[in-house]
Design a binder for this molecule. Structure first.
Ligand SMILES: NC(=O)c1ccc[n+]([C@@H]2O[C@H](COP(=O)([O-])OP(=O)(O)OC[C@H]3O[C@@H](n4cnc5c(N)ncnc54)[C@H](O)[C@@H]3O)[C@@H](O)[C@H]2O)c1
Length: 324
């Protein structure tokens, strides 16, 4: 295939980033992944080792970025995203989303490249408005345990506003709500990898608190489709605009745990443990904007998505057992 435009993906070895790299290659781009392999894994890109259009760079985006001859599009996905890392890697996360993001924006300016930025539903904090639309400015504790992630993602959005005021800048911002699928790490710490790993290994499923808190889970293929629609849209319609992206089917964590137990053949049971401080009560996106602008909506239901993810985790966890 003749390769056309050059896309740079930061965080390309991560869960979402690696699926996006696959999709961009399928769509005919030359692709460069930049990743420091902090939470991402080389295995996520191993299948591309003979792919002529693909380059893998080990680099920390907090440091000045490598020189490129040309860059057409940048997909900025580098940042640890697991709440399990918010304390242990707080400084790294805050610097990645501030200094690292600045380096990425400067690369975009240098090459007049179009940019898609991974923001997050976390910028809404513990929302007082439900579901959350893009106009809602959030309820975030600047001194709370999640602040290094939440506030640095908010800063990344604010810096995009500043760049758009000063430069010719075409950034499309996606506020991503909980997404899951193959290539998440089984020790990632997010709820679906937690429950699936526990169920497959016959351990009890640890529900935080009483389990009545809600989330809406989007399968990764749907997210990647949305990312590409944003990346492929004309500037006039989407430049410097924020879009929520995620599934609107909201369920309690108890329901998720029961669904996992119904789906995986296991003897595990549900146990309740202390709830982390400032774990949000509700999460459900209002996706009217992305629906009406780009005709995007999620298509994969939870059972289908879980089945695909369970197969992946069974292979991963099976491979870790010496006598399997
Ligand atoms: N998966 C979700 O549910 C979700 C929800 C909201 C937002 N997001 C955002 O999407 C992006 C990808 O998330 P993910 O779930 O794939 O997480 P992930 O941890 O699997 O991927 C992040 C990638 O970024 C890399 N990285 C982190 N800091 C870096 C640095 N300083 N320099 C270079 N590489 C670095 C990691 O090694 C990893 O490969 C993140 O920006 C995250 O905030 C994800």
């Amino acid at each position: 295939m003749t390769r056309g435009e050059h896309a740079v993906v930061t965080g390309g070895a991560g869960f979402v980033g690696s699926h996006l790299v696959d999709r961009l290659l399928e769509d005919g781009f030359r692709v460069t992944s930049i990743d420091n392999y902090g939470s991402g894994r080389r295995e996520n890109l191993e299948h591309l080792s003979d792919e002529a259009g693909f380059t893998e760079l080990e680099h920390d985006i907090r440091e000045p970025l490598p020189e490129f001859k040309n860059v057409d599009q940048i997909y900025h996905f580098a940042s640890r995203a697991s709440p399990a890392d918010f304390k242990s890697h707080a400084i790294e996360i805050a610097q990645t989303n501030s200094q690292g993001t600045r380096n990425v924006y400067d690369l975009a300016i240098e090459h007049y490249a179009q940019l898609v930025i991974a923001s997050t539903s976390e910028i809404y904090g513990d929302p007082e408005v439900h579901p959350q639309s893009e106009e809602y400015s959030g309820n975030v504790n600047v001194r709370g345990p999640r602040a290094p992630y939440d506030e640095s993602k908010r800063f990344a959005e604010a810096l995009a506003v500043a760049y758009a005021q000063r430069y010719e800048f075409d950034a499309r911002i996606l506020r991503i709500f909980n997404t899951y699928g193959p290539r998440m790490r089984n020790d990632d710490g997010r709820v679906i990898p937690n429950f699936l790993s526990q169920a497959i290994q016959g351990k009890d499923l640890t529900v935080y608190g009483d389990g009545t808190q809600t989330r809406s889970f989007c399968y990764v293929d749907d997210l990647v489709e949305g990312i590409r629609r944003i990346g492929g849209a004309e500037s006039e319609r989407v430049a410097n605009t924020v879009f929520n992206i995620g599934h609107t089917h909201e369920i309690t964590i108890n329901t998720l745990a029961e669904t996992v137990l119904d789906t995986v053949d296991t003897s595990s049971e549900i146990v309740h443990i202390d709830r982390p401080t400032e774990d949000p009560d509700y999460r459900q996106p209002n996706i009217d904007r992305i629906q009406s602008t780009l005709d995007w909506e999620p298509t994969v239901d939870l059972h289908t998505g879980l089945d695909r993810t369970i197969s992946y985790f069974e292979r991963e966890l099976g491979a870790m057992t010496p006598d399997s």
